[in-house]
Design a binder for this molecule. Structure first.
Ligand code: GDP
Length: 299
């Protein structure tokens, strides 16, 4: 936890510090509020949430009056409200009737899907869960090898098929294997080709439908690369249109000062951020916590 805070703070502190400096100005005139808006939009908070936040801040500053410490307190409160601490961010990992829970991990290639599956497997194994991996990303040649390497590292089986094989049938095999082994969780890595929306829809839809012949899909985690900003948001929208996303994973938060994307993407898709990626290493995956996140921003 301490480490998460330190890392987020290191990467994103600029947003909080910048805002606090602006809010601490002697006179909060129109120009100051515009600067505050620009700072938030630059940090990828998104235009609508920014306007909402600034409106609330302005009102509270007017009504309550403001000094340095109070400014920090109201900024913290309003940022937490924007991140929405009420959302249920627990991973749904209770399979139905003795079946393994099935987690589909989707997203554009390069966002960190395979890495996230590996890290998540490690977390679950550490919790004594029996995990099976499904290498249904048959588009990227090295993806299955990469996943298997993660699997070997954490000591779980990786079900894979022939290169260029049918992702749906590999996903199905992985789930079948999970059922046979009485696994707790099957994590399925998928390919993220954004060639055409219908192509993606066909592929992901088929993967999900075929899996559901064997077991229910409990989570569909959409992986978004935080460093791609508004572009990531656009991609996320396409995925959300083609599959029922139940949670977001924001990766590479260690590499960006634009932590505001958390707010924008969650708002846009109406789906909670459940996990964040904070590095390439096996331990660099953390559950998302709204207050902790905002405190890191403001640190
Ligand atoms: P995929 O194509 O979506 O499966 O993406 P990969 O899992 O292969 O990841 C793409 C690259 O991003 C790899 O070099 C990963 O090590 C790196 N990566 C993934 N997650 C993170 C993260 O949270 N932080 C950083 N800095 N790099 C990450």
């Amino acid at each position: 936890l301490v480490r998460l805070r330190a890392r987020l703070a290191r990467s994103q502190g600029s947003l909080g510090k910048g805002l606090l400096a602006l809010l601490s100005r002697d006179t909060l005139d129109e120009e100051a509020w515009e600067d505050i808006e620009t700072t938030l939009i630059t940090a990828d908070v998104g235009v609508a949430p920014t306007q909402e936040l600034v409106e609330k801040l302005r009102t509270r500053v007017r009504v309550e009056g403001v000094s340095g410490d109070q400014a920090r307190t109201i900024l913290r409160e309003e940022l937490i409200a924007l991140v929405n601490p009420e959302l249920d961010r627990t991973l749904k990992l209770e399979g139905k009737e003795g079946q393994p829970a099935v987690v589909l991990v989707v997203g554009v290639n390069g966002t960190g899907k395979t890495t996230t599956v590996g890290k998540l497997a490690r977390v679950l194994v550490a919790e004594d869960k029996h995990v099976v991996l499904g290498a249904a990303d048959t588009f990227r040649a090295a993806a299955a090898d990469q996943l298997q390497t993660w699997g070997e590292r954490v000591g779980v089986r990786t079900v894979r098929g022939p290169e260029g094989g049918d992702p749906a049938s590999i996903a199905f095999d992985a789930v079948k294997q999970g059922i046979e082994e009485k696994a707790d969780v099957v994590l399925v890595d998928t390919a993220g080709r954004l060639h055409t929306k219908t192509g993606l829809m066909d592929e992901l839809g088929k993967v999900k439908r075929v899996i559901e012949k064997a077991a229910e899909v409990d989570e569909v985690l959409l992986v978004i690369d935080a460093t791609t900003g508004q572009n990531g948001l656009t991609q996320a929208r396409v995925f959300a249109e083609v599959i029922n996303v139940t949670g977001l994973v924001l990766t590479k938060l260690d590499g960006t000062a634009k932590g505001g994307i958390v707010i924008a993407v969650q708002r846009e898709l109406g789906v909670p951020v459940k996990l964040v990626g904070l590095g390439e290493g096996a331990d660099d995956l953390a559950p998302f916590d709204a207050e902790q996140f905002v405190d890191a921003l403001l640190d």
